[in-house]
Design a protein around this ligand. Structure first.
Ligand code: ADP
Ligand code: MG
Length: 576
């Protein structure tokens, strides 16, 4: 083949590939344009997960009629005009590429009217064929409709994920921008129904509540700081709230959503060892930095930036996060003896506090001795019988065994206990489920509701009788009995949270993985004070487990400090 310059149409499709990857990228560009145009009310409508229809309308400045056909050309922008301005950008857009790119891979209609125009104007662009500008009645502002995305690039279409995934990406994007711009009223409408909206009153915590639920939103910590021209604000989760992926970490720099691995790493590092391995915080932070200290022109979708002094920025962010975490002390917030009702059947435990520890230990021995022989053999090879000493840090149970001290992680241990009970019931086809006299009705975000629909069958196998009950509302008719002690509404909501993080369809997973996940959510948490009976029951139930030493996810449930080791540590024994 000879060297030749590509036809404009192909060249612009190639360029579009960098900017428009999926429906969410179109929405991001249009939303940013509306924000740049100082829109105060922005409505995003999608159909077919954004593949067939996207419409973003705003009440912003509008585009003058005579500039409309220029706006859709490549490198056409009203936002900068000289190279120097690249280094003091205050708008989200500046490359003049979005409208040109989108229209080269979709059918686009722009209707716009400036504040002083008597009427609006309309322009149709289809795969780079620019139509004629026509006059049309229209409100002030701009409405851009994008239909049949990638109709002329079928290869791109094939790379799109299933609808639920594309919708979730869109939902995450829109909600993050809503958090970043709380003074703008933002609404998302899917298939003609509103699925998310903000009031534009500037209250970020109210937006968090619609995303994570009222309780989590209340618990989120405010991070704030102002230093050497850097200004940080936003919310981070306390160490008691976490997720299994980084997806809930979002960061805005000068109003721009940034997805930068080193920045995420710096944020996670601020939590240091406070979170368990494989757990990540919820973070919504907004940084203002002088435009000349950051280069936003390094990434096609402007998702990455380059700081002139990254150490300065990272260390500032980390210090502010640590400060917010330190200011928060979870223990005093817990009223004494919040109980979750006891782990074992409860009624047969009578703790006599006058009893000598050794007697209690023996009594425990008797209880365990009455268990089937076959299980006993397993016990002895797993954990020994233990005597309860007490709870420390509202998170660990201290117990004494025949050879020293045991520290039990109450959350991990309870996860294991619930898991084995649930699996045992499942294997015997005897899931005990408690039917509610009056069913629980729970409302949730539309996307959460839709994700849950996929899981209902599996949940049913484990004793959750859940049905949809009108729009984004569910009705819980029954609940597995072994979880009786948790607050069902919160339990269901947090369970759904965990499902949401999962991109792969749930059905493909092994049931034991699902059970592990359910138990993780239902288990008592670190930071929860337990009564003595509950501590006692926890130890006893752990002893009765087939694999008591790890939680279903493989983390240890207990740490053993042997007498021998204690003696060495105290210099009573061993080499001098
Ligand atoms: P950029 O945002 O980088 O300037 P775009 O291709 O996204 O490039 O948009 C081109 C131009 O069209 C913008 O500079 C702006 O003048 C105009 N424009 C696009 N969307 C809107 C809108 N919603 N309101 C007002 N003007 C808009
Ligand atoms: Mg733009």
């Amino acid at each position: 083949m000879t060297i030749h310059v590509l036809p404009v149409e192909i060249a612009s499709q190639i360029a579009a590939g960098e900017v428009v990857e999926r429906p969410a990228s179109v929405i991001k560009e249009l939303l940013e344009n509306s924000l740049d145009a100082k829109g105060k009310v922005i409505i995003i409508e999608i159909r077919g997960a954004g593949r067939t229809f996207i419409r973003v309308s705003d009440d912003g400045d509008g585009i003058p009629e005579n500039e409309l056909s220029i706006a859709v050309q490549r490198h056409a922008t009203s936002k900068i005009s000289t190279a120097e301005e690249l280094f003091r950008i205050t708008t989200l857009g500046f490359r003049g590429e979005a409208l040109a790119s989108i229209s080269s891979v979709a059918r686009m209609t722009i209707i716009s009217r400036t504040r002083d125009a008597i009427e609006g104007s309309r322009l149709l662009v289809e795969g780079s064929r620019i139509g004629k500008v026509e006059k049309i009645g229209a409100p002030h502002g701009t409405t851009i409709t994008v239909e049949d995305l990638f109709y002329n690039v079928p290869a791109r279409l094939r790379f799109l994920k299933q609808d639920l995934t594309e919708r979730r990406v869109i939902f995450n994007l829109v909600t993050r921008y809503a958090l970043a711009y709380p003074h703008v009223r933002i609404q998302l409408i899917e298939e003609g129904t509103s699925s998310f909206h903000t009031s534009g009153d500037g209250n970020r915590r109210a937006i968090l509540a619609s995303l994570y639920g009222v309780e989590t939103a209340q618990d989120m910590l405010e991070a704030r700081g102002n230093e050497n021209g850097l200004k940080l604000s936003g919310f981070i989760s306390p160490i008691t709230i976490s997720r299994s992926s980084r997806k809930e970490i979002s960061f805005f720099i000068n109003g721009r959503l940034i997805q930068d691995a080193s920045l995420s790493a710096a944020i996670i590092k601020a939590y240091h060892t406070l979170l368990m391995v494989g757990r990540f915080p919820l973070v919504n932070l907004f940084l203002d930095i002088p435009p000349d200290e950051v280069d936003v022109n390094v990434h096609p979708a402007k998702a990455e930036v380059r700081f002139h002094n990254p150490e300065k920025v990272f260390s500032f962010i980390q210090r502010m996060i640590k400060r917010a975490l330190l200011a928060y002390s979870p223990i005093p917030k817990v009223p004494p003896y919040i109980t979750w009702g006891g782990l074992a059947n409860g009624s047969d435990i009578h703790l006599d506090l006058q009893q000598q520890p050794s007697e209690k230990y023996q009594q425990e021995g008797i209880i365990s001795n009455s268990l089937p022989i076959q299980n006993q053999a397993i016990f002895s090879s797993n954990v020994p019988l233990m005597r309860l000493v007490g709870q420390i840090g509202a998170s660990y149970i201290v117990a004494e065994g025949p050879d020293g001290l045991y520290l039990i992680d109450q959350h991990a241990a309870h996860e294991r206990i619930l898991f084995e009970k649930l699996i045992a019931q499942k294997e015997q086809n005897a899931i005990a489920s408690q039917v509610f006299l009056s069913p629980l009705v729970i409302e949730m975000a539309q996307i959460t509701f839709d994700s849950l629909q996929n899981q209902l069958k599996v949940l049913k196998k484990f004793g959750f009788e859940i049905e949809s009950f009108g729009q984004h509302t569910i009705r819980v008719n029954a609940f597995p009995s072994i979880f009786n002690d948790s607050d069902p509404t919160n339990a269901i909501l947090s369970l759904v949270d965990e499902f949401e993080e999962d991109e792969t369809p749930f059905q493909n997973k092994l049931e034991s993985k699902i059970a592990a996940r359910i138990c993780k959510r239902m288990a008592i948490k670190a930071g929860q004070l337990l009564t003595q009976e509950e501590q006692y029951a926890l130890i006893r139930d752990l002893e009765a487990c087939v694999s008591p030493r790890t939680c279903p996810h493989g983390r240890p449930t207990l740490i053993h400090l042997s007498v021998d080791m204690l003696e060495r540590q105290f210099g009573r024994k061993g080499a001098k």
